[in-house]
Design a protein around this ligand. Structure first.
Ligand SMILES: [Zn+2]
Ligand SMILES: [Zn+2]
Length: 262
C-alpha cells in the first residue's frame, strides 16, 4: 500500500486528519480536543502512542488545540513553522521534539515525504501540505483565502485532494456574522468559498485526483448539499468531464470520514 488518509473531523470546531502507510501514522493538524482526538484515533484502530508525528498547518485553535494534551505523556515530534509555533500557545513537554519546518523544504517521517507550501491566510506562516510515498501523493489545503499560483502548482499530480469549501458567499453575506468577520472570511487571507472551489475544478484542476474531499465547511454559512452541488457543477462544466474518474466527497465535523486508500 502507498498511503491512506482519514479525516477524523473537519470544520471550525476542529480539523484533524490521519495519514498512514500502514506502519507509520501521521496526524495532520490536531484541532479537536486531545480526548476527542484520542477517541477518534482509537475508532480507527490507532492508539495515540502509535503516532509517528503531528504536523500542524497553522496556529488557529481549530488546527492545533489538541497538540498539548495529545503529546503530554508521549514522545511524538510536532512539526510546524517557527512562525506558527511562536504565535500559538502550544505547551510542549520538553521530552517532545518541536521540529521546525519551512515552506518548500520537504522532510521525512519514516519514509513518508511531506512538503509544506505557503497558503494565503491570516495566520503566521501558514502551510498546506503534499504528502507522498511510493508515487502516491495526497494534497491538503485548508484555510486559505484564494488558490494562489503556488498552491495550484503544488496541488498538481495529486491522487487525492482535501480542499476547503468553507462558505457560500450569499449565505455568508446575509448570515449572522458581524460585518468585519464577514469581510475577513471573504478576504484573500480568509477562507475558500464554494464558488472558488467550483472555479478551481472547472479551470485549474488537472483531473488526476480520484477523490476530492470538500472540507472545513462553515456551520453557519454553508450547507453540505450546496458545497457538493457547486463543486459538481464545476467538474461537469469541463470539456473532459465524461472521462474524469474524480469523485467528490464531503467531510464533516462530527463523524470520521471513510478511509481513502491509494
Ligand atoms: Zn485558520
Ligand atoms: Zn480552520
Amino acid at each position: 500500500m502507498g498511503l491512506s488518509f482519514t479525516l477524523l473531523g473537519s470544520g471550525s470546531s476542529g480539523n484533524t486528519s490521519l495519514v498512514s502507510d500502514g506502519a507509520s501514522n501521521i496526524l495532520v493538524d490536531a484541532g479537536l480536543s486531545g480526548r476527542e482526538t484520542a477517541r477518534r484515533l482509537r475508532e480507527c484502530g490507532v492508539e495515540p502512542g502509535q503516532l509517528s508525528a503531528i504536523v500542524i498547518s497553522h496556529e488557529h485553535g481549530d488546527h492545533c488545540r489538541g497538540v498539548g494534551p495529545l503529546v503530554k505523556n508521549l514522545d511524538i515530534p510536532v512539526f510546524m513553522t517557527e512562525g506558527a509555533f511562536a504565535a500559538s500557545n502550544i505547551k510542549l513537554d520538553p521530552r517532545n521534539n518541536l521540529c521546525k519546518i519551512s515552506a518548500g523544504e520537504p522532510f521525512e517521517v519514516n519514509g513518508i515525504t511531506i512538503t509544506g507550501f505557503s497558503v494565503p491566510h491570516d495566520a503566521s506562516d501558514p502551510l498546506g501540505f503534499v504528502i507522498e510515498k511510493d508515487g502516491v501523493k495526497i494534497g491538503i489545503a485548508l484555510d486559505l483565502g484564494f488558490l494562489s499560483n503556488l498552491v495550484l502548482e503544488r496541488l498538481k499530480g495529486c491522487d487525492a485532494l482535501v480542499l476547503e469549501s468553507n462558505h457560500d458567499v450569499r449565505m455568508l453575506k446575509v448570515g449572522p456574522y458581524p460585518w468585519a468577520l464577514k469581510q475577513r472570511v471573504m478576504s484573500r487571507r480568509g477562507h475558500l468559498s464554494n464558488d472558488s472551489v467550483a472555479s478551481f475544478l472547472a479551470n485549474d484542476f488537472d483531473g488526476k485526483a480520484r477523490h476530492v474531499v470538500l472540507a472545513h465547511l462553515s456551520k453557519n454559512n454553508n450547507l453540505p448539499e450546496l458545497a457538493l452541488l457547486c463543486a459538481q457543477r464545476g467538474l461537469d462544466s469541463r470539456q473532459d468531464s465524461a472521462g474524469l474518474h474524480t469523485r467528490l466527497e464531503l467531510a464533516g465535523p462530527d463523524q470520521i470520514s471513510k478511509t481513502y486508500r491509494y
